[in-house]
Ligand binder design. Structure first.
Ligand code: URA
Length: 436
């Protein structure tokens, strides 16, 4: 078999066989296929697409390029959730303790998360803003924490889907990220390798997401659900709104503080609503509780402090200091806090959410390149969100940063991301579609 022929076949719109896909994935991981040929194939896939069989083959070949986690020793049902990436999306930090507290000894959340890059935040960076907390946990310790506490969130271990690490890095520099079969195989190979029985996918759509339109997002959701089912897992996807940041906090410790407040019943309504929805769906997938009953139970756990205590317990088990969650004033605040004022009376009628994420990264909260250091205290506190009425001169946001020199560019980016108008914009749903 020759890589040249595989590229030519896909370039001309042909469907690749499982053997051809295996030849590419195994050869690329082994270093036998050079970047220029892999790039050419990725661009051909980007332009010509892949059918369901090809996408499933690509996913399974990537999945088996490295280790696969075995969670069977935990006993009960294992669950995982994954967001395709957004701005202010801190739901994992709340959904993991909610699920872990809901049905102890029967439902376990063994979650492996990623870091933020570009405009999207990463769960690991947010968690690591809690002093002492480690996300680099050995496999046996991970299983022990999950068994004892019902959940944990750690970094993907060394040899999990090495094919994705290599292919994603190449896609990132060859303008081939935005392809449904490539995104679906990248996400699903990692989710399947992480070993959970039930996988809930939160597919974000809108100005702050990879998928800009609902039909595109539904197609991605359907592709991933079909892959999951083909691999014998219970998979469901929700298509949710990312045309506005979720909640009011963007940035690492700011988002942890918001979650701590939400789990004590003091969180923004949109964030609480989405977390209850995700928790309800996941519990229903386990077969141990209906979605409505699970949402009621989650609400109860917020009201009686059970969910917040569980978050503190998991944080302590991973070496973090839960005192920071109980008294969030302990988090180091950014020395510069700049208020942004509304330029006129009216409403916030559009938010370019990707640009808000970029402004947060420019303040120091994110990485503009892999390996950049993060300022955990940096970010954006929204005092008003999409659809809110504002008066001229009213503060609509506070930009947090440790460096005066970063503020000018971030402020320009943030200001350009908000559109004010005199008419109240239409209310937008949080949920667009459910796919299973
Ligand atoms: N997230 C991933 O893990 N992979 C993609 O291709 C896109 C988003």
């Amino acid at each position: 078999m020759r890589m040249y022929d595989i590229i030519e076949k896909k370039r001309d719109g042909g469907a690749l066989t499982d053997k051809e896909i295996a030849f590419f994935v195994n050869g690329y991981v082994a270093g036998d296929i050079p970047d220029y040929q892999a790039s050419a194939l990725l661009m051909a896939i980007y332009l010509r697409g892949m059918d369901q069989d090809e996408t499933l083959s690509l996913t399974m070949r990537m999945l088996h390029s490295g280790d696969v986690v075995d969670l069977s020793s935990l006993g009960g049902v294992t669950v995982d959730k994954h967001s395709t990436g957004g701005v202010g999306d801190k739901t994992s930090l709340a959904v993991v303790p909610l699920l872990a507290a809901m049905d102890p000894g029967h439902v376990f959340v063994a979650k492996m998360s990623g870091r933020g890059l570009g405009h999207t935040g990463g769960t690991l960076d947010k968690l690591e803003s809690i002093p002492g907390l480690s996300t680099q946990v050995e496999r046996d310790d991970f299983l022990r924490i999950v068994r004892e506490h019902g959940g944990a969130i750690i970094s993907q271990t060394g040899n999990l889907v090495p094919a994705d690490k290599l292919i994603y890095a190449l896609r990132d520099v060859t303008a081939t990220v935005g392809s449904i079969p490539l995104i679906a195989s990248s996400i699903m190979s990692k989710k399947l390798a992480s070993g959970s029985d039930c996988i809930l996918l939160d597919v974000k759509v809108g100005s702050g997401a990879f998928m800009k339109t609902v039909p595109q997002a539904v197609e991605l959701a359907q592709t991933m659900v079909t892959i999951g089912r083909g691999a014998g897992r219970r998979v469901r996807a929700l298509v949710t709104n990312m045309d506005r940041p979720l909640g009011r906090a963007i940035g690492n410790s700011l988002e942890v503080i918001e979650v701590a407040r939400m789990l004590q019943g003091r969180g923004p309504a949109d964030l609480e609503h989405e977390c209850l929805m995700l928790a309800g769906e996941l519990m229903e997938m386990t077969g141990r509780m209906g979605a409505a009953a699970a949402r009621d139970r989650a609400r109860e756990l917020i009201e009686n402090g059970g969910a917040f205590d569980k978050l503190c317990e998991i944080v302590r088990a991973q070496g973090g200091d839960p005192a920071y969650l109980r008294d969030t004033a302990l988090f180091e605040a950014a020395p510069i806090q700049h208020r942004v004022l509304a330029p006129c009376d009216g409403y916030i009628c559009r938010i370019d959410t990707e640009q808000v994420g970029i402004a947060s990264a420019q303040l120091g909260a994110g990485r503009l390149a892999k390996g950049d250091a993060i300022d955990y205290s940096a970010g954006i506190e929204l005092l008003a969100n999409y659809g809110d009425p504002v008066r001229c001169g009213q503060p609509v946001a506070i930009l947090h940063t440790s460096r005066e020199d970063l503020l000018v560019q971030a402020l320009a980016t943030f200001n350009a991301a908000l559109t004010f108008g005199t008419d109240e914009p239409p209310a937008e749903p949080l949920l667009f579609a459910s796919v299973d």
